[in-house]
Design a protein around this ligand. Structure first.
Ligand code: DMJ
Length: 416
């Protein structure tokens, strides 16, 4: 499946960002910088294909980041800097590659890091959501940024500082988290959008779904990744406890107002399906498994998890939120759960997903987003994260002895 998608991307879409899997061409989506290659490259090595990795990584030196394009600071960090650093760490440590490896992936990661830095130059230190790769922050740029978009830098930026010996990345990432933290509510919840100039919340709804999700994820993962790290660890446990107290309803978590915990949307989001994985990584295995089982029940009723599902009786797919864009979060949680429990029913669920992806979303040139999980109509788009995340986790689920299952790794939000 991975090679079916990757070879079409390289033949028909590269150097565009993403593959159009139905018509067999490519288009630029988030940055005009060959996103799929950068995002998916580390998965080539996870699958053990050193020859292909060696053939592909030199192409990255020629990708031009000096382009007049506005990019999401968050997406560019997790997928581009995250992708480049993951591949760099692999290339510089693999005995068969490091002899000839020229550190060009780290150079590109640093180049992109420098281009994202102007976004952090705000009165609060909370970054803008978007930056222009040529000119920095545009005049008139929106002052509102989502919490995840402001607080999901600590893994990549700390690694970038460690590898380049330039502390600035680690510092701006930590400052952004501290500034968000200062503005938590009296019950330790967060809104989903904040103004980077005033530090006032723009939307006071707290969610573990998109807009806040990876802010929580990075507090935990940073405390695991950096052994001398205590600050993120303390923040994570406080924030995690508040999510449990105010947002957990039965096995699910719902959206609540940050000031009083009143339920605003009793919704499950496909993006929130990473939460059982966070729980299990935090050691909360029984609760993580219970939530994952609840999600698996839904998965029995629909072919793919939709973007949003109302949990009010009778449960229904939220209008306008019917797509399944080949997201990884559910398989990510299955993978974390399987590593922790070795429960074979998790493999059965993963196999069922593989089957449905092959039967429903596979096209002549790759795999296509599902536009509507009820009609199973497809869209001519294959997200970079399908190769970089969804298939990576599926592959790891079925290769228990893989170095990246048994070794000491922390996966970022995109993910290694
Ligand atoms: C990915 O790029 C990342 O997992 C991100 O944190 C959330 N959205 C997509 C996948 O759904």
């Amino acid at each position: 499946m991975f090679y079916h998608g990757l070879s079409s991307y390289m033949e028909l879409a590269f150097p565009k960002d993403e593959l159009m899997p139905i018509t067999g061409s490519g288009f630029d989506t988030i940055g005009n910088f060959s996103l799929t290659l950068i995002d998916a490259l580390d998965t080539v090595m996870i699958m053990g294909n050193k020859q292909l990795f060696k053939a592909l990584y030199p192409l990255i030196s020629n990708i031009d980041f000096n382009i007049n394009v506005n990019v999401s600071v968050f997406e560019t960090n997790i997928r581009v800097i995250g992708g480049l650093l993951a591949s760099h760490i692999i290339a510089s440590t693999d005995p068969d590659i490091r002899e000839t490896y020229d550190f060009s992936l780290l150079d590109k990661a640093e180049e992109m890091g420098k281009k994202l830095l102007p976004a952090f130059d705000t009165p609060t230190g909370i970054p803008y959501g978007t930056v222009n790769l040529l000119d920095g922050v545009n005049e008139g740029e929106s002052l509102d940024v989502c919490t995840a978009c402001a607080g999901t830098f600590s893994l990549e930026f700390t690694w970038l500082s460690l590898l380049t010996e330039d502390p600035v990345y680690e510092q701006v990432a930590r400052k952004a988290v501290r500034e968000l933290w200062k503005r938590r509510s009296s019950i330790d919840l967060f809104g989903n959008h904040i103004n980077v100039a005033t530090g006032q919340w723009v939307y006071k709804e707290c969610t573990i779904g998109g807009l806040v999700d990876s802010f929580y994820e990075y507090l935990l993962k940073s405390s695991i990744a950096f052994s001398d790290e205590v600050e993120y660890q303390e923040l994570f446990w406080k924030a995690y406890r508040a999510v449990k107290v105010y947002m957990k309803k039965g096995d699910w978590h719902v959206d609540v107002i940050m000031d009083n915990g009143i339920v605003s949307h009793p919704y499950f989001y496909s993006l929130g399906a990473f939460w059982p994985g966070v729980k299990i990584l935090a050691g909360d295995v029984a609760e993580g498994m219970a939530e994952l089982n609840a999600m698996s029940e839904i998965f029995r009723l629909v072919k793919f998890l939709p973007e949003a599902l109302s949990l009010e009786e009778p449960a229904r797919i939220v209008e306008g939120r019917e797509p399944y864009p080949l997201r990884p979060e559910f398989v990510e949680s299955l993978w974390v759960a399987y590593r922790a429990t070795k429960n074979p029913t998790l493999l059965e669920a993963a196999y069922e997903i593989v089957d449905r992806l092959n039967n429903i979303t596979r096209t002549k040139y790759g795999f296509a987003n599902v536009r509507n999980v009820k009609t199973l109509e497809l869209e001519d788009k294959m997200e970079s994260f399908f190769l970089a995340e969804t298939l990576k986790y599926l592959y790891l689920l079925f290769t228990p002895d893989n170095e990246y299952n048994v070794g000491n790794y922390v996966f970022n939000s995109k993910s290694i």
